[in-house]
Design a protein around this ligand. Sequence first.
Ligand code: UDP
Length: 371
Amino acid sequence: MKPYDYLIVGAGLYGAVCARELTDAGKTCLVIDKREHIAGNAYTERVEGIHVHRYGAHIFHTNNSEVWDYVQRFAVFNRFINTPVANWKGEIYSLPFNMYTFRQMWGVETPEEASAKIEEQRKAAGITEPKNLEEQALSLVGRDIYEKLIKGYTEKQWGRPCDQLPAFIIRRLPVRYTFDNNYFDALYQGIPVGGYTKMVAGMLDGIEVRLGEDYLAGKAKWDGMAERVIYTGPIDAYFGYCLGSLEYRSVRFETEALDSPDFQGNAVVNYTDAETPWTRIIEHKWFEFGKDENGNDLPKTVISREYSSEWKPGDEPYYPVNDEKNGRLYAEYRKLADREQKVVFGGRLGEYRYYDMDQVIAAALNMIKGL
Ligand code: UDP
């Protein structure tokens, strides 16, 4: 008999949901994480009264009512709606691509004028079946928007030319012929009041969590502690990169507290030209309307410049690079994973998928139902 039914490796959303569900079903769980904090990349930390998104902006949005109901158990969500702004060489555009953007780009006033403009550019590009991100973007929004709002940003973010990236990445963004600059097409959206760390702490309430513990560095010891393992780290790292390493994008943040109440007037500003070295600047207080928990205005502000880089060993992996080459390698790792009878691989890194938070929660809930 081992001391725990489940060892859960990783205290991010996937791990925390599994731990909650298994505990509530009467199983004993031990959660470990190699970082010194819970909540994975959704982690928020309070600085100057502001919940700083340490690993980049996390905006909860979903169409999945089951997931939305689920998270309500652990947090109250505020009314934040993501309306990012793009800055291209000092020109400001509304995102996602909507009537405000088209008006700023071409001076058009009606949806009919906007779609005529896009249609003209689409025809000129001559694409029938988009095979990559560049072709997909050109056929969705035409050349002007592609050149000013997509190409530079995407190539900085992914470190690859747009014609070598999968088309699905750009289909994450809506294109609308209405004056609606809500970035997401989701039924439900918001930020947990008090931050994501508090929400995940709620999920892990009453469950044993050990921080600063590296599973792979002491695998035999940890495996001896539980009947089964739920592993949410990178799948290739689990197998010692024996088939080669999957590619990830990493992100570096330069965060500073400023002695003024306002920096950019919006939570997210994307820098979409190729020349600006950062991809975006986050001004964290606007995720909470610039107020503290008592509704008072905050005198200072905290900003993070986000720089994208290719992942190398020792860096934090953020984004899987879901192109064909990596897809093939992942499929090989998946075969190895399927042979590990006692281990479940889950989450963005365990499944090498560009999951949003709601999808991670849905995946964890489904996995647990199938156990
Ligand atoms: N994108 C873009 N211009 C922007 C914002 C996004 O071209 O101003 C593209 C880019 O290729 C990016 C993709 O849309 O990788 C998805 O963006 P999203 O905001 O969903 O990325 P995340 O927030 O996950 O980093």
